[in-house]
Design a protein around this ligand. Structure first.
Ligand SMILES: Nc1ncnc2c1ncn2[C@@H]1O[C@H](COP(=O)(O)OP(=O)(O)OP(=O)(O)O)[C@@H](O)[C@H]1O
Length: 262
């Protein structure tokens, strides 16, 4: 079995002031996985993602990157990209320049950086829009630019925090299908947070259902990675069954919370 990209070994997070956002978590992320995090508000989804991104340090436990402790791997050695709900593009710069930004910041020679932008734009279907500015793009296109900017560094791991939440359902479904294809074809390993059970069911090869107070992984649900994620899958009985199962797991979490509140 291949080495995990990321391991969380009893990693937990308590914020100053005493809020235990995450109880000790055991998680192993293997190459090619597409992991969806779902659960009620405040159950620690973003905190878990930020621990993996090294935007938070764990209060206890260990984080490993390709088997090495995070503290021994420099930022440059941890090849990961983060996509947020807000694409945060430079409004004055064209699409190609926006996508090139992380390469410029890394000091990659201009010619090499330019050569890497074209395939990243092609991956997200935006080759025709390289010269446009963000104001000339739809919301879905802006999100595609943000994804291309994340892919251009060729990350080992892509993290996405509610990436498509602000988009209409049609655009969101299209982006979900494209993301699934990108991950399947490019072997891209991804962890994403979503409030949408159907999005988690559609995209993930593994869903982590989280529970609050304190935040923790309540259940793990595996989905056959060989399933082709397309419109036919979305309409299938198999997809409906996955959604039902996930819904039941989320109900367990809300019932436990209601019982605790009673
Ligand atoms: N910087 C912080 N300082 C103190 N407490 C925090 C901080 N960030 C998050 N928390 C708390 O940690 C808990 C988990 O927050 P987190 O944002 O990870 O949850 P979430 O599941 O992503 O929530 P949502 O779905 O609403 O985005 C919450 O109780 C939150 O108030």
């Amino acid at each position: 079995m291949s080495l995990p990209i990321v391991e969380m070994l009893a990693a937990e997070k308590t914020f100053p002031g005493g809020v235990q956002a995450l109880a000790p978590v055991e998680l192993s992320v293997r190459p090619g996985e597409l992991i969806g995090l779902i659960g009620p508000s405040g159950c620690g989804k973003s905190t878990l993602l930020k621990l993996i991104a090294n935007l938070h340090t764990p209060s206890a436990g260990e984080m490993r990157w390709w088997g090495e402790d995070f503290t021994r791997v420099g930022e440059a050695g941890r090849r990961l990209s983060f996509v947020f709900q807000d694409p945060t593009l430079m409004p004055w710069a064209d699409v190609a320049t926006n996508v090139r930004l992380p390469l410029d910041l890394d000091g990659i020679p201009r010619d090499e950086a330019r050569a890497r932008v074209a395939p990243a734009l092609a991956q997200v279907g935006l080759s025709h829009a390289a010269d446009r500015t963000p104001a000339q793009l739809s919301g879905g296109m802006r999100m595609r630019v943000s994804i291309a900017r994340a892919l251009v560094t060729r990350p080992d791991l892509l993290l996405m925090d509610e990436p498509f939440a602000a988009l209409d359902e049609f655009t969101r479904n299209r982006l979900d299908e494209d993301m699934a294809l990108l991950c399947a074809q490019g072997g891209l390993t991804t962890i994403f947070v979503t409030h949408s059970l159907t999005e988690a069911a559609f995209l993930s090869t593994r869903v982590l259902v989280m529970a609050p107070d304190p935040g923790r992984i309540h259940a793990e649900y595996a989905i056959d990675p060989t399933i082709v994620r397309d419109e036919a899958f979305r309409l299938s009985a198999e997809f409906a069954a996955i959604c039902r199962d996930l819904s039941a797991l989320l109900n367990e979490v809300s019932h436990a919370r209601a019982a605790a509140d009673a």
